[in-house]
Write a protein of this length. Sequence first.
Length: 146
Amino acid sequence: MKNIGIILASHGLFSKEAFETVGMITGNKPENCEVVSVLPGESYDDAILKMNNQISKLNRTKGVLILTDIYGGTPANVATQVAIEDESVLVYAGFNLPMLLEIVLQESDSIEVLKNKIDEFKDRTIVDVTEILRRVEEDGNQMDSY
């Protein structure tokens, strides 16, 4: 994904720590990926400036994917504003670690392929483990890992 830039944007340091955790799990920090942390006391305009500064650091010839923590929060609203102004920007709210790993491990250089992958994957990132365990106990089957 060398030609698709990725921005992780969140309230506080969540996006920074998620970025660091992906590096810990994969052994490498994700390439062409930047973080926007909206900190207490920062204004919407401060967040827009941060977002634009981080986007300018990316190789974005095939587009930019912005992943935010909460739909409707300042990071998502800022990302939405950026997407309104630039149609090569794709925004998803509600990122989590499994989704992030799936994205950074993608080989595709197509924003459309990446979008389809996220759309496929997003409903599988929250797992009711207790329900799976209950079914395993009832059926006597093995419990599959993720």
